[in-house]
Design a protein around this ligand. Sequence first.
Ligand code: CO
Length: 461
Amino acid sequence: MKKIQFTETVLRDAQQSLIATRMPFEDFENILATMNKAGYYSIECWGGATFDSCLRYLNEDPWERLRKIRKACPDTKLQMLLRGQNLLGYKHYPDDVVRKFVEKSVENGIDIIRIFDALNDIRNLETAVDEAVKRGAHASGTVCYTTSPVHTLENYAKYTKQLEEMGVQSICIKDMAGIMGPQDAYDLVKAIKETVKIPVVVHTHCTTGLAYMTILKSIEAGADVIDTATSCLSGGTSQPATETLAFTLRQLGYDVDLDDKVLKEVNDFFKPVRAKALETGLLNPLVMATDTNALNYQIPGGMLSNLVAQLTAQKKLDKLDDVLKEVPKVREDMGYPPLVTPMSQMVGVQATANVLTGRYKNISKEVGSYVKGEYGKAPGKVSDELKKLVLGDNEPITGKFADTLAPAFESTKSELGKRAKSDEDVLSYIAFPQLAEKFFDARDEKERHTYTYSIKAIKEG
Ligand code: CO
């Protein structure tokens, strides 16, 4: 019987979706050696928001985290999520930076790089895919799933064919909002399987309650790998549960190569982590429930919690329904971008501004750049109103935006001088300058302490 493989997401997407990526390394350090024995296809543990969160909130070196995970999990493939030309940030980087980032990710321990572009603009994947393949990593070409008049099965299939020709070793369907219904999934997986020869991975979220059914129908249609999360951190805005799907698929006669005893150990380990997050309020029970709003509004879990946080901070939570209704309008005006980072933030912020201050009275800088073509090609047509407001009589960029950017790695490296202790530091700085500086300062301070302490210890004998 066909073998179905599992990617465990607890260290990246599950914790990103449920607790805003605030899980420090110490909270999972002691389970890594066990996870290494579970039989996962891969452990998704890096990229996405983990890099940002390490620097911003956890005072951790993201590269160091990766090396430690690598060391503890020598037998399991480590996977990261990369936003194509955006890397892990929110803007486009020049090609030399993208290449260096991919090179260093692989060197520090990444085996599989899932690469996507928020607009499914293939030009924004090219460089990252090319470098990943060159470095011997597995490049997984990703399709951001969304629904709109321009997102047809035919267009999706064509896109995956181009990705295969580009050299990716698998195709991932990324349903970040959990809006892909079982039949949609069946049709899409089937169309892709009929188009490409490489394995198909399905990634979805439980947000709307569709995920288990969607995964089952995907497998019926030929999907090879699924993304799941250990059960205590599954469901809601996270992935469906690893154990539940292992059980189900075995019952249906599929070959599942996971060790149930290990899966239980992993889950038992994370239960107190969840309890602590609930206690501190980091984990809001709301995000663990089913919310069918996304079926109408197409709001991914992370975006919904951001909107709630934004409106709460401005004491305007009563406007949530209006903002949710404004989101599809903004999205249509922007030519139907899939709601994934950074588009989800962009659309969310703009929809909020429209509701609070009047439609397009304040256009965010990011939406301006988007309309100018700085993020890539919009999947559909940008509305004339929005174009007129942003561009006036100018034309948007038609080429790949990163081609207009000057190489930045070597110049930043020499600019930083001794401040950066490695190429990895330079990349952290390029991705998040202020956060990296703050992190370098804290690290220097810590080293001074350790140094003083050891001198003292030597003197005191
Ligand atoms: Co996701």
